[in-house]
Write a protein that binds this ligand. Structure first.
Ligand SMILES: Cc1cc2nc3c(=O)[nH]c(=O)nc-3n(C[C@H](O)[C@H](O)[C@H](O)COP(=O)(O)OP(=O)(O)OC[C@H]3O[C@@H](n4cnc5c(N)ncnc54)[C@H](O)[C@@H]3O)c2cc1C
Length: 458
């Protein structure tokens, strides 16, 4: 049986002997969870951060890892390293499977962890709108593993086109479809068009990567519904200039292996189908039996606490809130960070007997999306930027928000390098090859290795 690790349990905590400080358990080391942990730096509390992965991922740049512009280490960092300097914080790589709010316990495969305060920051995943079987044929982009797997799929399609026996087969290999015309879909489509039209052509002899057909399908009437209409139109025009076939009001009706059905038409997608539509919250609502909205997000009080549980906070993509300004808090990194910081500050104030901050208010710093080299759209208050100026602004903002000097330096230099040369350095296809078959000889049974045929000098 898994050990029980309660408040008096075995998790190492930097507290003076004989003294038990209240413990804050934070589930999730994404934008919200990390911000909550960092807001508790120096507080007279023990912070225990649990995450299923050992790294924090900068999801806004995942599409660049998926299209070989950046490598995984540029956009992900070990959580324990980020919190290494925070003496009251302990990090454990554990997957949480439930919460017993009556007994203040969080369950993991390593046992239960007791808490005085709990912050749930487990994020969200993609929604296939009730068609979960589509995921196998149209993978989405949420984690580093997803990005590397998508990168391999995309690059493999170009390899297959190069090896194809006929022109028709070659053409079929180079059809890509992206489902969902929000920021992720737009950014993926632009990056894929650049990869096909600018980076790959000189390296191929037969495939003609620049002839790739890239479809961007959006069920709604326009791309980028959260952006002002003028910017969304500008983005669509720029994508079309890059050779992306944009279809709006195009609802996907079925997805099978290398096949999409959209508006009654069957489209043969020999390259890859990428899913960038719909969001569903993590299953945290079911852990605590809380009311979820239609996307599974937990409805929280104005101070981000769970109704009826003052010591449980929910932040980021897992939380649903209309804030003090009456605005629905969006599922964005900036919102998750603000919520995490707010929950950390509230816990700190309450534990120190001080009044908690006023109700949470989301500060909207605007929307940004890049369409490709030289081109991005920016909407901040009344400010609208497009084209090269937008792209410079977009780049500066993303560099600023990366963690650590190393990442900032490498990402900035990668961008400058690929801007000047059209090159993308991370073009590796990662796949496990089948084991090489060797001729069986009698000695094999005793563990002796038979020399291969060629080594044996046949
Ligand atoms: C491809 C993509 C592009 C995006 N682009 C932008 C953008 O340009 N701008 C922007 O503002 N936002 C963007 N977002 C949204 C933004 O990344 C999210 O809003 C933000 O990450 C939410 O933060 P969070 O802390 O709620 O969750 P996350 O950052 O997703 O973190 C959740 C953490 O919880 C952990 N976890 C989950 N379940 C468990 C469990 N059972 N046990 C233990 N740990 C668990 C996960 O491993 C993860 O580390 C993008 C998202 C994606 C997927």
């Amino acid at each position: 049986m898994a050990p029980q690790v309660g408040l008096s349990g075995t998790v190492p905590a930097p507290e003076p002997e004989g003294r038990h400080r209240p413990r804050v358990v934070i589930v999730g080391g994404g934008f919200g969870g990390l911000a909550a942990a960092q807001a508790l730096d120096g507080a007279d509390l023990d912070v225990l951060l649990l995450d299923a992965r050992n790294h924090h991922c900068f999801q806004p740049l995942l599409y660049q890892a998926a299209t070989a512009a950046l490598s995984a280490v540029d956009i992900a960092w070990p959580i324990r390293h980020i919190l290494a300097g925070q003496r009251n914080a302990t990090v454990l790589m554990e997957t949480v499977s439930g919460v017993d709010a009556d007994h203040a316990l969080v369950s993991t495969s390593a046992g239960d962890f007791g808490y005085d305060w709990l912050v749930l920051a487990t994020g969200s995943t993609h929604s296939y709108f009730g068609h979960d079987a589509w995921e196998a044929y149209a993978p989405s982009l949420k984690t580093i593993e997803d990005a590397l797997s998508l990168r391999s799929r995309v690059l493999t399609a170009f390899e297959q086109a190069e090896a194809a026996a006929t022109a028709e087969e070659r053409k079929r290999c180079l059809v890509f479809a992206i489902v969902g015309g929000g920021a992720t879909g737009v950014e993926l489509a632009g990056a894929l068009a650049e990869l096909a039209r600018r980076t790959l052509p000189p390296d191929f002899r037969r495939a003609s990567p620049d002839s790739a057909r890239i479809l961007l399908l959006e069920a709604g009437p326009s791309l980028l519904p959260t952006f002002p209409a003028t910017l969304a139109t500008d983005a669509q025009r720029r994508l079309e200039r890059m050779g992306v076939e944009v279809r709006t009001s195009a609802k996907v009706e079925d997805v099978r292996e290398n096949v999409l059905v959209v508006g009654g038409e069957q489209v043969d997608v020999g390259g890859a189908i990428l899913w960038a539509a719909g969001v569903r919250a993590s299953p945290a609502a079911s852990w605590i039996g809380a009311a979820g909205d239609r996307n599974g997000r937990i409805r929280v009080e104005p101070d981000l606490s769970l109704p009826g549980r003052e010591n449980v906070f929910v932040v980021g993509d897992t939380a649903s809130l209309r804030d003090a300004n009456g605005r629905e808090v969006p599922g964005l990194a900036a919102a998750a960070k603000q919520m995490g910081r707010y929950a950390g500050k509230t816990i700190r104030a309450r534990s120190e007997g001080r009044p908690a901050p006023a109700a949470f208010r989301y500060r909207d710093y605007g929307d940004l999306a890049t369409i490709g080299r030289n081109s991005a759209i920016v909407s901040i208050g009344r400010l609208r930027l497009t084209g090269f100026v937008g792209w410079l602004f977009w780049g500066a903002v993303h560099i600023y928000f990366l963690i650590g000097l190393r990442s900032r330096f490498f990402v900035a230099t990668s961008w400058v390098w690929s801007y000047l040369t059209n090159q993308r350095g991370a073009r590796l296809i990662l796949r496990r090859l089948p084991p090489a078959r060797e001729e069986q000889r009698p000695g094999d049974a005793q563990g002796e290795k038979a020399p291969s045929k060629s080594a044996g000098g046949s």
